[in-house]
Design a protein around this ligand. Structure first.
Ligand SMILES: C[S@@+](CC[C@H](N)C(=O)[O-])C[C@H]1O[C@@H](n2cnc3c(N)ncnc32)[C@H](O)[C@@H]1O
Length: 471
C-alpha cells in the first residue's frame, strides 16, 4: 500500500523513481496522494515532469502540480504558470498559481503579479496583493496597490487599509488597554444613556452586554416609529463603539417582537429587531463575529401554536418562539485578538481562564428568569457566560440599558467592574435595593448617581481631564 513513509524513503534513496510512481497510479486519488506528500523538494527535482501534469484534466492534480512547482522556485516557472493561468477556469488552481509565483519573491515577476489583480475571484486578487506587498518599498507597486482601497471586495480593501492607511494606534485612549477611569468603576447612572455617554471618554470600556428596549412591546419605552427606534439604537451603539477599547466586544441580546393587532380586521405585526439592527452596527464601526442563540424551554414562552393545533390549516402556522439572539460584534480594528490578550499580565490571564464545562456550541440552553418588578431581566447564567467568555478579570463591563442591574451584579461576582445606565427611576431604585444585599463583597463599592453627580465625578477624575487634553 502506498504510504507517506514509502514516498519519503523513495525521495531519500531514489528520487528519480517518483515520476514513474506517479504514472503508475491507477487513479487521480493516488496521484494526488503522492503529490500532496512530497514535502520539501530538492532543487534538481524533475520539474518537466511536473509541467506535464499541468495539462491534466483534473483540477486537483493541476493544483498539486502548481504547488510543487512553487516549492522549486525555478526562475523560468513563472512564465509557464502564467501561461496556464491565462486559460485556467478553476479558481483554486488560479489562486495556487499566484501563490507559487509569489513565493519566488522575485521583482521580475512584478508585472505578472499585477495582471492577477484583475482576476474575477477576490481570493485570487487578495493572494496577488499579498504577493505584491513583498515589494511594498517599490514605488510603482505602491502606486498600483494604494488605489485598491476602493476595490469592490471588502477583504481586498482590508488588506490595503492595514498596509497603507492604518495609523495602527488607538484613537484617543490614554490609559493602558487593561485599565479604565476611576469615575466609571461600579457606577450606575440614572439618566438617558445618550446623555450619560457624552461624559464618557473614548476607549473606556472592555465589554458591553445589553438587552435594549423591545421597540414598543413593553411599557417602559415608546418610540414614534420603528425607524425612530432603530435610529436611537444606532446612536447608542455608535457612542458605545467610541467608548469601547480597541478590538473589544459588544453583545446585543434581542429577538423579533410582535405588536398585537389593533382589531380583528387587522393582522399583528412582527419586527425582526436583530436583523434590522445588524446593518446599522456593521456600518458604524462594529465587525460581526458570531450569532449565539439563546434557547428557552417551550413551556416558558407564549403559546402561539394553539390556534393552529385546532384548525391545522396551512398558512396559519405560528410556531412558539423559543429563541432569542445574542449578536456578537467586535470594535473594528486591524489588530488580531492576540494583541488584546497580550495586553494583560500573566496573573490576570491565569485567573481569567474559563473553567471546564463551558458551552461549546452557539446554542445556549438557559431557562429565562422572571422578576416581580422588571419584566425583562437577564438570567444570571446568561450574563455569567458572556462576561466569562468575553472579558478578563478587572475589566469594565458596560450595560447602557441596565434594567434591574443583572449585568452589574454578575460582573461584580466575577471580579469585573461595571458601569450601567438606567433612565427609569423605579428600575434604578430597584437596582439599588437589590445591590444592597449583594454588595457585601470586597472591592470597589457600587454607587448610584444622578447625571449631575456623575458629571461632577467625571470632572474630578484626573485621568479623564488628561484624556481631554490629549484629544
Ligand atoms: C430590556 S430591559 C434590560 C433588562 C436588564 N438586562 C436586566 O437584566 O434587568 C431595557 C432597559 O432599558 C431601559 N432604557 C430604555 N431606554 C433607555 C435610555 N434611553 N437610557 C437608559 N435606559 C433606558 C429601560 O427602562 C429598561 O429597564
Amino acid at each position: 500500500m502506498l504510504t507517506k513513509q514509502y514516498i519519503n524513503e523513495l525521495k531519500q534513496n531514489n528520487m528519480g523513481a517518483i515520476p514513474s510512481l506517479i504514472v503508475s497510479q491507477k487513479d487521480a486519488g493516488g496521484i494526488n496522494f503522492v503529490l500532496e506528500n512530497l514535502g520539501r523538494l530538492p532543487k534538481n527535482f524533475d520539474i518537466d515532469f511536473l509541467y506535464k501534469l499541468l495539462k491534466h484534466e483534473r483540477p486537483q492534480i493541476r493544483l498539486n502540480a502548481v504547488k510543487n512547482i512553487g516549492k522549486l522556485k525555478h526562475s523560468g516557472s513563472a512564465k509557464v504558470l502564467f501561461d496556464l493561468y491565462k486559460n485556467e477556469k478553476d479558481t483554486a488552481v488560479r489562486r495556487e498559481i499566484v501563490s507559487s509565483i509569489g513565493r519566488q519573491r522575485d521583482i521580475k515577476n512584478k508585472s505578472i503579479l499585477i495582471s492577477f489583480l484583475r482576476d474575477a475571484d477576490p481570493k485570487v486578487v487578495c493572494q496577488a496583493i499579498r504577493a505584491l506587498l513583498v515589494f511594498e518599498k517599490d514605488a510603482e507597486t505602491e502606486k498600483i496597490l494604494r488605489p485598491l482601497i476602493n476595490h469592490p471586495n471588502e477583504m481586498a480593501r482590508t488588506i490595503i487599509y492595514k498596509e497603507f492607511f492604518s495609523k495602527n494606534g488607538s484613537n484617543g485612549g490614554i490609559l493602558p488597554h487593561s485599565q479604565t477611569y476611576n469615575f466609571l468603576k461600579n457606577i450606575v447612572v440614572k439618566a438617558d444613556v445618550l446623555e450619560t455617554l457624552k461624559v464618557v471618554p473614548d476607549e473606556s470600556v472592555h465589554l458591553t452586554f445589553t438587552s435594549p428596549p423591545y421597540y414598543n412591546a413593553r411599557d417602559y419605552s415608546i418610540y414614534p416609529s420603528y425607524q425612530a427606534y432603530l435610529d436611537f439604537l444606532t446612536k447608542v451603539f455608535i457612542e458605545t463603539c467610541r467608548i469601547t477599547k480597541e478590538g473589544r466586544f459588544l453583545i446585543v441580546n434581542t429577538s423579533p417582537v410582535i405588536m398585537p393587532r389593533i382589531s380583528r380586521s387587522h393582522s399583528s405585526k412582527r419586527y425582526p429587531i436583530p436583523f434590522d439592527l445588524h446593518p446599522y452596527l456593521v456600518k458604524n464601526g462594529w465587525e460581526f463575529i458570531d450569532d449565539i442563540v439563546w434557547l428557552k424551554p417551550e413551556a416558558s414562552v407564549k403559546n402561539r401554536i394553539g390556534g393552529f393545533m385546532q384548525h391545522r390549516k396551512p398558512l396559519g402556522y405560528k410556531p412558539n418562539s423559543v429563541t432569542e439572539y445574542l449578536m456578537v460584534y467586535r470594535k473594528a480594528t486591524d489588530k488580531l485578538l492576540d494583541w488584546n490578550m497580550r495586553s494583560y499580565d500573566y496573573e490576570t490571564v491565569k485567573k481569567s481562564k474559563v473553567a471546564d464545562g463551558y458551552e461549546t456550541t452557539n446554542v445556549w440552553k438557559i431557562d429565562p428568569c422572571f422578576d416581580k418588578v422588571h419584566s425583562a431581566v437577564f438570567p444570571v447564567e446568561l450574563c455569567k457566560r458572556v462576561i466569562e467568555y468575553y472579558s478578563y478579570k478587572g475589566d469594565l463591563v458596560f450595560d447602557p440599558f441596565g434594567g434591574s442591574g443583572t449585568v452589574g451584579r454578575t460582573a461584580k461576582l466575577l471580579d469585573r467592574l461595571f458601569f450601567l445606565t438606567e433612565k427609569e427611576e423605579k428600575y434604578f431604585e430597584y437596582m439599588k435595593s437589590k445591590t444592597k444585599n449583594s454588595d457585601l463583597f470586597e472591592g470597589i463599592k457600587s454607587r448610584f448617581l444622578t447625571l449631575e453627580e456623575f458629571k461632577k465625578e467625571a470632572e474630578n477624575d484626573a485621568d479623564r481631564t488628561n484624556s481631554k487634553k490629549h484629544n
